[in-house]
Design a protein around this ligand. Structure first.
Ligand SMILES: Nc1ncnc2c1ncn2[C@@H]1O[C@H](COP(=O)(O)OP(=O)(O)OP(=O)(O)O)[C@@H](O)[C@H]1O
Ligand SMILES: [Mg+2]
Length: 291
């Protein structure tokens, strides 16, 4: 079995009466990209904060790179880079100084800073802004700087809380290719997003989370197939009546079409294949749960 970089069992977090995270199990193998999908308030950031050592769970346990985030935070922080959903305020510090500051907190030798900062700024395409005051960056640029910060100590695991939010379309595509590149370097990545199609393309496995509960987890295609929402055939009969038939394989679709076309009692006028994506899946499995 492949090595698990992130593992959790029964992970829960209560804020007073509110159960923000309820019995979440996770198993993320080394070198994979795992995506959390869920609406506002689902518990994504709460889960990430726990894994990133910044919040103690109410119950359950987690292992990150083999260590407990709540009991061995230093070991975890050494191996994990966290990008929060919002960047703090840093007055009068330039982009380059910001990265140097974080290099210093990770005790990276000073003589390594110039090459490190150059490499990171190039990676996130911010080299032209190296002398700009951090607070004067645009939102998307702050996101990119925050990603560079998470990479300062070359961690084996990246936890990225909505890294694509605020990015323009081009920067989103670049982020995706950057994350794929980091994956090829052997890094494991946890990412959260509302942009479902984006996760579907990039993630080896996804977890659908709603009201603190993990409703489904696994490879995107398996989840879609398991929910029976992967594919269907939409048929329009003579007289205008329409019907949708779910199918799970090519063979099933061929058999269905043969049967429909041969049925003289209901002449078929038109048919088309409908592919469901995560957007539909998400709406389907969260239906009725939102209060
Ligand atoms: N410090 C806190 N004190 C009390 N309640 C909190 C706290 N942080 C989060 N919550 C609550 O916990 C629930 C989960 O919040 P969380 O931030 O984890 O959601 P999320 O999935 O990250 O949402 P979003 O997509 O908006 O970022 C919400 O109901 C939120 O109001
Ligand atoms: Mg959040």
């Amino acid at each position: 079995m492949s090595e698990l970089v992130v593992e959790a069992k029964g992970l829960s977090k209560n804020y007073g009466q509110l159960r923000a995270l309820a019995d979440v199990d996770l198993a993320v193998p080394k070198g994979s990209i795992f995506g959390f999908i869920g609406p506002n308030g689902a518990g994504k950031s709460t889960a990430f904060l726990i894994l990133a050592t910044l919040l103690t769970p109410s119950s359950g346990w987690a292992r990150v790179c083999g260590y407990s985030p709540s009991e061995q935070p230093k070991e975890v922080r050494r191996r994990m880079g966290y990008m929060p959903d919002v960047m703090g305020v840093y007055e009068n510090i330039t982009v380059a100084e910001y990265l140097e500051f974080h290099a210093a907190t990770y005790k990276i030798p000073r003589e390594e800073w110039p090459a490190l900062v150059d490499g990171l700024l190039e990676l996130v395409d911010l080299d032209v802004k190296r002398a700009t005051i951090v607070d004067d960056l645009s939102r998307g640029m702050k996101q990119r700087l925050s990603l560079a910060r998470a990479l300062v100590h070359d961690p084996e695991l990246l936890i990225l809380d909505e890294p694509a939010s605020g990015l323009d379309p081009r920067a989103r595509i670049e982020l995706r290719s950057l994350l794929t590149q980091l994956q090829q370097m052997g890094k494991t990545i946890l990412i959260s997003s509302h942009i479902l199609a984006e996760l579907q393309q990039m993630c080896d496995s996804i977890g659908v989370i709603e009201a603190g509960r993990l409703l489904a987890a696994g490879p995107p295609n398996e989840i879609l197939a398991g929910m029976g929402v992967g594919r269907s055939v939409q048929v329009r009969f003579a007289g205008g009546q329409q019907e949708e038939f779910p199918v799970s394989s090519d063979a099933e679709q061929q058999a269905l079409l043969r049967k429909l076309v041969m049925d003289e009692t209901r002449p078929v006028m038109e048919f088309t294949t409908v592919h469901r994506d995560l957007e539909d899946l998400f709406l389907q499995i969260t239906e009725g749960i939102v209060q």
